[in-house]
Write a protein that binds this ligand. Structure first.
Ligand code: 5GP
Length: 130
């Protein structure tokens, strides 16, 4: 079982944003910017582009709803999207609030993010999710 499946099951804690019957969104534990969110399918697949057309389409629709919530909760110009998948073998999309290009630099993560601020950010985004 992947670490993300353990998070979805509730065996490992996370800063949860939202879920439906098929997808789950939570803050990245090592954010590149405040509000950096991961969207994952509950169905375990390593490589995102191995998902069926139907599943990747539904995942994008769910991710879009999360971007709207991020944009409403976090001051930013836009929400950027990235797929890496080099570390965790469970398909996921990174959603990152952007004010400038450097806000999406994966080599430049926030050092030791304050848990209280992470919780506040998660609650703020979750409260905007529709
Ligand atoms: P990738 O697989 O896209 O290269 O990177 C995986 C991402 O998942 C990283 O940005 C990393 O910080 C995040 N991540 C890894 N383990 C955990 C975890 O246990 N909890 C959370 N919330 N994020 C994680």
């Amino acid at each position: 079982m992947t670490i993300f499946s353990m998070i979805i099951k509730g065996d490992i804690p996370c800063y949860k944003i939202a879920e439906d019957d098929r997808f789950f969104a939570f803050l990245d534990i090592n954010p590149v910017n405040w509000g950096h969110t991961l969207v994952v399918p509950k169905h375990e697949t390593d490589y995102i582009f191995d998902l069926s057309d139907e599943e990747i389409g539904e995942m994008m629709k769910f991710a879009k709803r999360v971007t709207v919530a991020i944009k409403d909760a976090i001051p930013c110009r836009k929400v950027g999207m990235a797929v890496l998948g080099l570390e965790v073998p469970h398909a996921h999309i990174h959603l990152i609030p952007l004010s400038k290009e450097g806000d999406m630099d994966f080599k430049n993560k926030i050092a030791d993010p304050d848990p209280e601020r992470m919780q506040q950010v998660a609650l703020a985004i979750a409260s905007k999710f529709k």
